[in-house]
Write a protein that binds this ligand. Structure first.
Ligand code: COA
Length: 161
């Protein structure tokens, strides 16, 4: 069910991203980017989708580099999104597990996510995949004009030492 993301998944990936943006509980983004911008922003490796037999894509995961500085080459930020209506079936947990494994295969040692404290499902799938809560950033940015907190969750690989 989990497979590498392909170019032809672009429309589904952006559709699913739109669901997350519209929910106003996943990201500070308010506009769905063009595919080219999405593609530039994310690392080329460790991109996965969850696809059903009929070819319907129900979720995706990808990584954004933390920094262009060489010292931080192994640090990436996680984005994981499941199609509205397909939540609660274990898809997010599996996608996160896949990106963790792949990131380690590619020599990455730290993954992190900024998660709204209200996003219980996201917190849960991160904790299940070995992330820990580092801190709560207070009123770190505004969404629709309202200051929001985020929890910073991080996973340090025990394989890359
Ligand atoms: C967060 C998201 C990826 C989770 O995907 P999912 O496929 O629903 O996740 P799963 O089904 O694998 O697991 C959800 C877990 O959260 C739990 N959960 C659901 N709602 C919860 C809540 N409000 N509070 C606490 N736990 C909750 C479920 O019980 C389940 O845990 P369990 O397996 O131990 O029972 C999905 O909800 C999503 O795409 N949301 C919008 C985008 C988003 O928020 N992305 C993350 C940005 S940081």
């Amino acid at each position: 069910m989990i497979r590498c993301m392909r170019q032809e998944d672009a429309a589904a990936v952006l559709d699913i991203y739109r669901d997350g943006i519209d929910g106003r509980n996943a990201t500070f983004e308010t506009v769905v980017p063009e595919w080219e911008a999405w593609d530039r922003r994310h690392l080329p490796h460790s991109r996965f989708v969850f696809g059903e037999d009929g070819g319907v894509v129900l979720g995706w995961v990808a990584l954004t580099p933390f920094s262009s500085r060489e010292a931080y080459a192994g640090v990436g930020e996680v984005s994981v999104y499941v199609r509205s209506g397909a939540g609660g079936r274990g898809i997010g947990t599996q996608l996160l597990g896949a990106v963790v494994a792949s990131s380690e295969e590619h020599g990455m040692w730290t993954l992190f996510s900024g998660v709204f404290p209200e996003n219980g499902a996201s917190i849960r799938i991160h904790l299940k995949n070995g992330f820990r809560i580092l801190c709560q950033r207070m009123k770190v940015a505004r969404l629709d004009g309202v200051w929001r907190d985020t929890l910073l969750l991080e996973r340090r690989s025990e394989r890359i030492v």
